[in-house]
Write a protein of this length. Structure first.
Length: 376
């Protein structure tokens, strides 16, 4: 329908099969009457806002991830809507993050015993909320939202929609105050989660701290995987998949549970290093600190690996950045705080950040080169 290049020029969004664009295209191909009969398209966060307020609107951070939104014009892409023959009437008004939508509907307010309660569009996208709460200052920093998935990027003043960004598979999502979250979606703690699930089925009951401990005792710089290999995206027997990848690449096959987890964690650190280097190369930003937020920061072994592999300071925290960003964006919308700088200072003053400095950078350099070769 449209070339990859034209879609990227319009949206600046990384090509992923879960994008709303392809879901709507599938509906249009198999059951076009469904879209024509629809009133409005709402993402889940916006749908919940609708149920409380009765207002069918889209919040910008979430709308920008659909691959139907033009980040330069900050509006729905008329070109994509026309080319894909989507009904124009289903696309609602788009509101900036931190916008008061409307009071809670009277019948809902009565049922819940609420008075003078408003519905606020904060940052409905979870990563958007998390990045809003990154306790960073200055310009020479990047972020890593670390959980089941990893989202690594930088905050830009405007979209970066160039051929180099397309080739490197970066995405441009809307952030707070009109900023752009220039980032890449990559795999994260999913690898460890799936190993744990597999072993649990056969009677090995590890908690995550125990998995980290056995990984710390395993031999360093053994085998590597490409975490973004498609085989690792699906659930089911992750340890065998990791071993199979190592075997195919002619590497030593990790045998113990500690060796398998260490292989996954060291490979993730290599992936973070290579991705961070590409971000600097594409944007020209010199990055001195990587702010890591989300549940993944609890794995301190991975944080140290990341500091060593990237050769920069890791600032880990807070864990619940998404929830904090959501709450503070509501406070911003209601006028309780006044700007994004104040928001981030509140986070910085309220929650501890743990720092990890590189201590083994020289040993990691040849390991990262091995990683590049394995990834092709």
């Amino acid at each position: 329908v449209m070339s990859k290049e034209d879609i990227y020029k319009e949206t600046g969004i990384q090509f992923m099969t879960l994008n709303t664009l392809y879901q709507l295209h599938a509906h249009n191909s198999s059951d076009p009457a469904l879209l024509k009969s629809a009133d409005k398209l709402l993402c889940m966060g916006d749908f919940l806002n609708f149920l409380f307020s009765g207002k069918a609107v889209m919040e910008e951070s979430l709308a920008s991830t659909t691959q139907i939104y033009n980040p330069k014009k900050r509006a729905w892409s008329k070109k994509i809507i026309s080319k894909f023959k989507f009904p124009k009437h289903i696309f609602p008004d788009v509101l900036p993050s931190a916008t008061r939508i409307a009071p809670v509907q009277p019948q809902v307010a009565h049922e819940l015993g609420l008075t003078n309660c408003e519905v606020v569009a904060s940052c409905s996208h979870d990563t958007g909320a998390a990045i809003a709460a990154v306790p960073a200052t200055g310009k020479n920093w990047a972020y890593l939202s670390s959980g089941t998935w990893s989202l690594m990027g930088v905050e830009l003043t405007k979209p970066f929609v160039k051929d180099s960004a397309l080739a490197a598979e970066f995405t441009n999502e809307q952030g707070i105050d009109g900023t752009t979250r220039f980032l890449k979606n990559i795999i994260g703690m999913w690898l460890v989660q799936e190993c744990r699930r597999t072993w649990e089925k056969v009677g090995h009951h590890y908690d995550y701290s125990m998995l980290t401990h056995i990984a710390s005792e395993a031999k360093p710089f053994g085998s590597l995987i490409n975490p973004n290999d498609t085989r690792f995206l699906k659930p089911g027997d992750m340890p065998s998949k990791i071993q199979g990848f190592c075997r195919e690449k002619g590497q030593a096959v990790p045998e113990t549970h500690g060796e398998i987890i260490r292989c996954a964690l060291e490979s993730l650190a290599c992936l973070y290093s290579v991705t961070l280097e590409k971000i600097s190369e594409v944007t020209g930003k010199k990055i001195k600190t990587l702010h890591v937020v989300g549940g993944g920061i609890k794995n301190e072994l991975l944080q140290q690996f990341t500091a060593d592999a990237c050769g920069i300071t890791i600032a880990a925290g807070p864990v619940e950045a998404t929830a904090l960003g959501n709450i503070l964006m509501q406070s911003l919308a209601m006028g309780d705080i006044h700007n994004h700088e104040e928001l981030r200072k509140i986070v910085s003053d309220s929650f501890p950040v743990k720092y990890f400095e590189p201590v083994n950078q020289i040993s990691w350099k040849p390991f990262i080169e091995r990683f590049r070769a394995i990834c092709g």
